[in-house]
Design a protein. Structure first.
Length: 754
């Protein structure tokens, strides 16, 4: 299935090391051994070694004064023909680490190096150019590193491990040092034959050297350069009492205790409400799956429910109600949690965010993280991804430029989940001003400020269709906005049932008078409905824009929203034929939006509560406050901020902020599943794998397993009809917009569901 969602899983141990044969450390381009920080590195041309080198190649040594780093970087082995290191090994899993540090290779120009790297049948690198890779990484992270470490983990099913360097024609390969460390069978992620370590970070603490990591000799970098806003968190530490949470962790293979003794938490910002995320951004290779391992240890609280938070990965909720104390089994207990995220071919970044569990204030509105690791999982026997080649000089030049950080991923997360009030950077950037400046007083209802905003907004558009009602008429129609007449509510405001013209029932939507967003949506709704007329679009009768009021008057839809007939309550359940007909009607309305005007109109908030049913159960699409004109003829999309409803949002629009008609198609696909299953699109009360309707439904082996039980009890129930209907939903939910059908095609498919 093409729908890409966040898959949250509990994995077996990724890095469990047994009492192994001695790890092998090879110093390339050298015929003698050296000892560095407790590790003995043998020369690759030393006699009597437990490996063979198929070609001697060329040994290169740097002038001692030019290399200030580890001694292993002072020599290198150069190959201008295909060459392999061959090891006789028992079956099992292994770490492979390769070290690259270009220097003056004499007649070989390091900038011209380009080669592939294979480990048995697994392709690790493709057209690899170390100076370009270092420059690329420096350009992305403002680093000034001159060396590069590539770490892999793979399963060896043969008695031989071959690490092969294959230069491009006319080029060469080189390597400074190589490590081989055996590990037990639990090393690899079950569905992957190989793993590349992308990031390993000690959150809130210093860099941890390989010599401090025990038997695995891993390096843990500081997390600071990956933070979206360092000011969004502060460091805590406990250096004396942290222990592992279970016997399986006693080998310290998941992470050394040094990782669990420091952490970052949300900034102690002296405010009542905490509505921001702590965010880390990582550059990753597109079109791979990634395992994200998060390390936790509660260092402050000694009982549960004191620190509860949400975890987001790439702007999707990975965990809710996360309480480290409960998960780890106490204070100062080391614990880790694994997640897997699929990255599409057009995405090259991965976000990890922690945020408050709700918008409410009080205890528990905090988050904590001690460490993070990100691993790329092989796909079809490949881990390689070729980056654009950047020379070292270019890389250094680019790295000097300030990073152009965009706000949209953090802001999109806030909009999508509807639970994080503002993005980290904006919130923290204004924090000091808020502390020094008294909060501005809100304009009272009907104030001149809000009225002026309405007048200014409305004066620009005089070409309206519909009756202009007075405030007095609206108050009479709604009995002065009697709460007993409220039939719905949303972000815009409340909807009342009212009567005009001596008994004509209407729906009256009154905007929140203190909402500037409401002003914009009010004007958008009038503008759109003034130029739209279709039997499957809710009709606007008129409006009122007096005395600070923003009111829209619609035809009354006697049978309410589509959702109200799916999720219980006092509305009767719809039959299968009624559900199909309602979807056909909504599809006709959306198809008209996309094609009926000179320029397409994108609804941008398609959901079951915005599909209304009249007295004959005919469906009409409503609520155009977020609608937007589609792209011009010479454009493929509209670039705009992400808006919509969580659970229905198009992931492509979500990631790229590029809106198309296919965004409506995606949202409509979620509605189709809602119609079949009759359950909320997001239900946090369900088990983790069932929270997201789209994720859960599309993972089931057959449509009959997800269908509403009430439909199964219908006389003449047709599993074949439901299966065809679900297939249409699946087409709409393709991750890439270009792979989704148009709304016209969706309509045609629905009309042929018997």
């Amino acid at each position: 299935m093409e729908f890409i969602v966040l898959l949250v899983v509990f994995l077996p141990s990724l890095f469990l090391v047994e009492a192994l044969t001695k790890p092998l450390f090879i110093n390339c381009g050298c015929n003698s051994s050296i000892t560095v920080e407790g590790r003995q590195w043998v020369g690759d041309s030393s006699p009597g070694q437990s490996f063979t080198l198929s070609s001697v190649g060329v040994a290169a040594a740097a002038a001692a004064s030019t290399i200030a780093e580890d001694p292993i970087y002072q020599t290198a082995r150069i190959f201008n023909t295909s060459t392999s290191f061959d090891f006789t090994v028992p079956h099992g899993n292994y770490f492979i680490r390769l070290h690259f540090r270009p220097f003056d290779f004499g007649s070989f120009d390091a900038n011209g190096s380009s080669f592939d790297l294979l480990a048995n049948d697994l392709k690790l690198l493709s057209k690899f150019n170390a100076p370009g890779e270092i420059g690329w990484k420096n350009a992305r992270s403002n680093s000034n590193a001159s060396s590069l470490l590539k770490e892999y983990s793979l399963c060896v099913n043969l008695t031989q491990l071959r690490i092969e360097f294959v230069p491009e024609l006319g080029s060469f390969a080189f390597v400074n040092a190589l490590e081989l460390i055996p590990a037990v069978d639990e090393l690899l992620f079950p569905s992957s034959s190989g793993i590349e370590t992308m990031y390993r970070l000690n959150v809130g603490g210093r860099e941890i050297k390989p010599s401090e990591d025990g038997a695995l000799w891993r390096k843990w970098n500081s997390d600071e350069q990956f933070m979206f806003s360092v000011n969004a968190a502060y460091n805590i530490s406990n250096t004396s009492t942290v222990t592992y949470s279970s016997p399986i962790n006693d080998t310290a293979v998941f992470a050394p205790l040094l990782v669990y003794e420091t952490a970052r938490t949300m900034t102690d910002n002296q405010v009542v409400e905490r509505r921001f995320n702590v965010s880390w951004r990582f550059d990753v290779d597109p079109n791979f799956d990634y395992l994200i391992r998060l390390h936790f240890s509660e260092l402050v609280y000694d009982k549960p429910n004191q620190r509860i938070f949400r975890i987001y990965i790439n702007n999707k909720t990975a965990a809710e109600n996360f309480d480290v104390f409960v998960r780890a089994g106490g204070k100062n207990k080391a614990y880790h949690q694994d997640y897997v995220e699929a990255i599409s071919p057009k995405v090259d970044s991965l976000w990890v965010q922690l945020g408050p569990n709700s918008l409410s204030s009080g205890s528990g509105a905090d988050a904590l993280l001690n460490g993070v690791e990100i691993f790329k999982l092989s796909r079809n026997g490949i881990l390689a991804h070729a980056h654009p080649r950047i020379s070292a000089a270019q890389g250094n030049k680019i790295a000097q430029k300030p990073k152009n950080k965009t706000l949209w991923p953090a802001a999109a997360a806030a909009a999508a989940v509807g639970l994080v009030g503002i993005a980290s950077l904006l919130y923290v950037g204004l924090l000091h001003r808020l502390k020094k400046t008294p909060p501005a007083k809100k304009s009272p209802p009907g104030s001149t400020k809000n009225a002026a905003a309405i007048k200014s907004s409305l004066s620009s558009n005089k070409n309206r269709v519909g009756r202009r009602f007075s405030v007095a008429e609206i108050k009479i129609a709604t009995r002065n906005f009697d709460e007993e007449l409220v039939i719905g509510a949303g972000g815009f405001g409340k909807v009342y049932r009212g009567e005009i013209n001596e008994g004509v029932t209407v729906a009256i939507k009154r905007a929140n008078r203190q909402s500037e967003q409401g002003v914009r949506e009010f004007e958008t709704e009038i503008e759109m409905l003034s130029k739209l007329r279709h039997r499957h679009l809710a009709s606007m009768i008129g409006f009122c824009d007096e005395q600070g009021e923003m009111v829209l008057v619609y035809e009354y839809m006697a049978n309410g929203t589509l959702r109200s007939h799916l999720l219980g309550g006092d509305r009767p359940a719809l039959t299968w034929r009624q559900r199909v007909e309602a979807c056909i009607g909504a599809a006709r309305g959306l198809h008209y939006l996309h094609t009926g005007a000179e320029r397409a109109i994108i609804h941008r908030d398609v959901k079951s509560t915005n599909i209304l049913l009249d007295e004959n159960f005919m469906a009409k699409v409503a609520d155009f406050g977020l609608s937007k004109d589609g792209p011009a003829v010479d454009r493929t999309h509209v670039s705009t901020a992400v808006k919509g409803s969580f659970g229905y949002l198009d992931p492509e629009y979500f990631r790229r902020q590029q809106l198309t008609e296919k965004s409506d198609v995606y949202s409509f696909g979620v509605v189709l599943l809602e119609v079949v299953c009759a359950r909320p699109v997001i239900d946090p009360s369900l088990p983790r794998e069932q929270i997201s309707l789209a994720e859960w439904a599309l993972q089931q082996p057959s449509a009959e397993q997800i269908v509403d039980q009430r439909l199964k009890e219908e006389e003449g129930f047709s599993p074949e009809s439901v299966a065809r209907f679900v297939e249409i939903a699946e087409k709409c939910l393709a991750d890439e917009g270009k792979r989704r059908p148009t709304m016209g095609e969706v309509l045609w498919l629905l009309e042929n569901v018997s």
